[in-house]
Design a protein around this ligand. Sequence first.
Ligand SMILES: Cc1cc2nc3c(=O)[nH]c(=O)nc-3n(C[C@H](O)[C@H](O)[C@H](O)COP(=O)(O)OP(=O)(O)OC[C@H]3O[C@@H](n4cnc5c(N)ncnc54)[C@H](O)[C@@H]3O)c2cc1C
Length: 388
Amino acid sequence: MNERILISGASLAGLTLASWLARYGFRPTVVERAPALRAWGNGVDVRDQAVTVAERMGIMDDIRAAAADVRGMKFVDADDRAVARVPIGEPGAVEIMRGDLVALLRGTADVEYVFGDSVRSLDQDDDGVTVTFENAPDRRFDLVVGADGMHSTVRRLAFGPEERFVRFRGHYFAFADADASLGEDRCVTMYNRPGRMAGIYRSGNHPQAKGYFIFRSGRLAYDHRDVAQHRRLVREAFAGDTSWHTKELLAAALADPDFYFDALGQVRMDSWSKGRVVLTGDAAWCASPASGAGAELALVGAYRLAGELAAAGGDHRAAFPRYEASHRALVDKKHQIGANVRMMVPRTTAGRRLRNAVARSPLPRVMGALERRLQAGPRPLPEYAPAR
Ligand SMILES: Cc1cc2nc3c(=O)[nH]c(=O)nc-3n(C[C@H](O)[C@H](O)[C@H](O)COP(=O)(O)OP(=O)(O)OC[C@H]3O[C@@H](n4cnc5c(N)ncnc54)[C@H](O)[C@@H]3O)c2cc1C
């Protein structure tokens, strides 16, 4: 059996995978580039099959207890008057701050962690994979999993350069801390200028608010790990915006050490595995924050990968294709983000008026109810058992 499994990335996908692999008797090691868990970020949704995964991990009650409890979204004008409101929340689903979810997942996984390091090279043969690290000595593993996000190092080493797999969707986004008094309790407030959005997210259960920014743009040249460059790009994109609270939000965001910036990109791959190396989470299929499904896909995908490995007695040749076959349909569905982007960041003033009119109409509620009806509850998720 392939027992020793290296997981690159200690976030939603990597932590979920490590937890299930350990339960099934594998020996996972998690390597994370950051010096500690990166436990921050905005609200993420645990819904549908991800609720089942969290229940089976024994953390769903804690997730409910820590819920962000955001009840609605409002679009405002320059004078901070609501021009349209949309209730949010799906029956059974829970929105939780990403950092809280990361901490809860970590609590379920008693495994080996290596922080402050990264895989540098992978060399696979018939019996395993020799891994060199930036800092730690070389090691042998039976399998290697890339759960290291949209800019995955494992994907680059095993499958090829990022440009082949990451599709740019015409926007950039940033999240950071914000002054809570600028937003409304339990509400996501959004202010638009053509092709730009500045917003504030206020959870009901956290004193700290999150500011966020999205802007439409052609491709920009920058280093995805150079935070000083990210700050400059966002500052430049919103430099002329002095209306609403944009200036104050921007000043607070740029001062936040945990400022988070990325391209609105999507990862599209024909296959998620190559020999003894496999990808999960954003590294394999990032649908982008505009999908609202990053956490759901990460939890369900990692659960399925661990389960298929267990059911196949660790035989990756049997498990990897089954993992992929079982999870692709959900990923493909969540890649459809066009309507969400148009809703959050209308391109023109006319587009913004239309969005506001639609948001004020009963249409979003009717469509939401219809979708819930058609889905008729969470689809069943297999319970995997280790092969004897
Ligand atoms: C700090 C942070 C804040 C985020 N905030 C939000 C948010 O507010 N809203 C939202 O919708 N999504 C957010 N995301 C993205 C969201 O977590 C993912 O879209 C989704 O949940 C899938 O998770 P993932 O585990 O696949 O990838 P990610 O969450 O992107 O995690 C990848 C992990 O791999 C680590 N890593 C990267 N490269 C290496 C390497 N070479 N070696 C070892 N480790 C590596 C990263 O540090 C990170 O911990 C955030 C991600 C991060 C890392």
